[in-house]
Design a protein around this ligand. Structure first.
Ligand SMILES: Cc1cc2nc3c(=O)[nH]c(=O)nc-3n(C[C@H](O)[C@H](O)[C@H](O)COP(=O)(O)OP(=O)(O)OC[C@H]3O[C@@H](n4cnc5c(N)ncnc54)[C@H](O)[C@@H]3O)c2cc1C
Length: 536
């Protein structure tokens, strides 16, 4: 493949220049480029599948600067990845086919870890496993926060608004960052926040520096290449305990979330949690389908009869508490007192730990990510179960919901109906709290390598984006194939926010060399094809 707009000979001259910068072995062409394919692409094997033309892997920031200058000279489209494990959202493939992947995996230095001030400064190629091992080998009393798969990177994950499972702010990875170094499209290096002060001593401790707070514009965007990033770490807590809360009835979710939200806003509950519904998440039967298909998606009384007939309770969540052992016991008992206001509510004690754990103890921990321990166990958990149709992976559909029981009920019914109309069986459909003040309802859309099945899956995914927006729920992140559609729903005042993104793009990257199309931001010369791109 050759980048659009370049001839084969100009492309090979550009690659020769890249080889001079990084060395022959770090420019990948031919079959090596296959490795940058998105194994979870919903466009797999179709003409619109997003494919790279080549890849280049620099080792130092000066090489990144030189690569960017070559890209400007040749109008070579680049697509930056850190560890490139963004499966479910595009993998390591570019959004714009023909781009050269700028693979930062070799920039993998852990530049600083401060135990007393609980932060780390890392390069993009540092993985969660790397940072975890570094801390553990030195016996530092610090935790990292990791997303489910530990082979990704703090930098790449945070820049896509990724999240993990320990308390806030640590699990909201962009929120827990402090300070960036960025190479702009013209090759200039910028340090944000206190990093702009040449003698800075608080780059990883005070985010704002002086003047406009710039960091956010480098996330879910294509305005720069982040080459260093600071993260706040969680000082190792003394203890952990888990407890489960179960509610019986359909309408219990209203007081359930009211109580939960007040506990969360006041800081008594500060953990990641998932609210699952054995009814909505269970296997559907004819009675289930009949209720969902009604105009209001089934009344409370009808659903309660359904749940009772199937021997199911309606809602449950597992809460985690971290901190001094005495304090977390008091928190858990306070939580139980508050939830006791709901008739029929049930509680169960879960696991508890004292830290640090030995390697042997860790080997027996089931839910490692809740303790900030990276793992790849999630992949085994998502393998198709017996009877499930085969799939090669999944895409997350992830609308942001207000923290109310009413929204949870409405969203479950609206989306379940759309999924069933499209004949899609999601891998999961769980409300989760990754952020301070909102929930996300995650549906795992299966993807396959079969073109016809994928077409069906895409049609429903596309419809879900529209249905969500019609109800006031925007998605927080999406697969590369749906970025244009998702961004187009954020349309207040004739898409003023998106037009602002385009104005920034034109100012910062006038040749449009960086990550064309990421989150719907296309360089000026590619904007004319936009309407077509909105229909994957
Ligand atoms: C089974 C499964 C479970 C998952 N669970 C989670 C989860 O719990 N939480 C979660 O957040 N995600 C989850 N994901 C999604 C994804 O795997 C992770 O978010 C992963 O960490 C992203 O890959 P990465 O860290 O290698 O980022 P990358 O792929 O390196 O980066 C992601 C994107 O950010 C941009 N980018 C990266 N680096 C730079 C840079 N230096 N400068 C500018 N732009 C850059 C690029 O556009 C890139 O495509 C899951 C996926 C799967 C398949």
């Amino acid at each position: 493949m050759i980048p659009p707009g370049l001839t084969a000979s100009v492309f090979s001259q550009a690659l020769a220049e890249l080889r001079r910068i990084v060395g022959d072995e770090w420019v990948f062409t031919g079959e090596d480029v296959e490795l940058y394919r998105d194994a979870y692409s919903p466009l797999w094997g179709e003409p619109d599948e997003r494919l790279a033309s080549a890849a280049v892997a620099p080792e130092r920031v000066e090489q990144v600067q030189r690569i960017v200058r070559v890209a400007n000279a040749y109008r070579l489209p680049l697509y930056t990845i850190s560890t490139g494990r963004n499966l479910a959202y595009g993998g390591s493939a570019p959004v714009y086919s023909g781009s050269v992947v700028l693979d930062l995996k070799r920039m993998n230095r852990i530049l600083e870890v401060s135990e007393p001030n609980a932060y780390a400064l890392v390069e993009p190629g540092v993985s969660y496993f790397d940072l975890y091992r570094y801390i553990r080998e030195r016996g530092l009393k610090l935790w990292i926060d990791t997303p489910d798969p530990g082979w990704g990177s703090p930098v790449g994950n945070a820049l896509d608004h990724g999240a993990g499972y320990t308390p806030l702010p640590f699990r909201d990875h962009l929120d827990a960052h402090c300070g960036m170094e960025v190479v702009l499209a013209d090759g200039e290096i910028v340090r944000t926040g206190m990093g702009a002060l040449p003698t800075a001593r608080t780059w990883q401790q005070f985010r704002y520096g002086i003047g406009p707070f710039m960091d956010g514009i480098f996330s879910q965007s294509n305005f720069g290449i982040v080459t260093k990033m600071g993260f706040w770490l969680y000082p190792q807590p003394e203890a952990f305990r888990a407890g489960t809360v179960k509610a019986v009835k359909h309408d219990d979710i209203i007081p359930f979330v009211e109580i939960l939200a007040s506990l969360m806003y006041s800081g008594t509950v500060n953990c990641h949690l998932g609210i699952s519904s054995p009814v909505f998440n269970g296997p559907a039967d004819a009675a289930f389908d009949a209720l969902i298909a009604t105009l209001d998606g089934g009344s409370a009384a009808e659903w309660d009869r359904y749940a009772a007939a199937h021997g199911k309770h309606f809602w449950e969540t597992e809460l985690h508490f971290y901190g001094p052992a005495k304090v977390i016991e008091a928190q858990w008992s306070h939580v139980q007192e508050r939830f006791a206001a709901i008739p029929g509510i049930a509680f169960a004690d879960g696991v508890s730990y004292r830290f640090p754990l030995t390697d042997e103890q860790i080997s027996r921990v089931g839910d490692r990510v809740s303790l900030g321990i990276p793992s790849l166990g999630i992949y085994a958990g998502l393998l198709p179960q017996r009877g499930e149709p085969p799939s090669t992976g999944h895409m997350d559909f992830s609308p942001v919901l207000p923290m109310t029981g009413k929204a949870i009920l409405e969203a479950h019914k609206v989306f379940t109906r759309t999924l069933r109309e499209g004949d899609i069986e999601p891998k999961y459909g769980i409300v989760q709290s990754f952020h301070w003040r909102s929930f996300i309802l995650f549906y795992g859309f299966p993807v396959t390598h079969d073109v016809e099945t994928n077409k069906k899956i895409r049609a429903t995914y596309q419809k879900m984006i529209r249905v969500a927006a019609d109800h006031g729920w925007g998605v927080y992140r999406t697969h590369a194939a749906f970025m244009d559609s998702a961004v187009s729903t954020y349309s207040y005042n004739d898409h003023a926010l998106h037009r602002l993104h385009e104005r920034l793009k034109d100012a910062l990257d006038p040749n449009g060399i960086l990550a064309a199309g990421r989150y719907g931001i296309w360089p000026r010369h590619l904007r004319q094809d936009k309407p077509r791109r909105g229909q994957p």
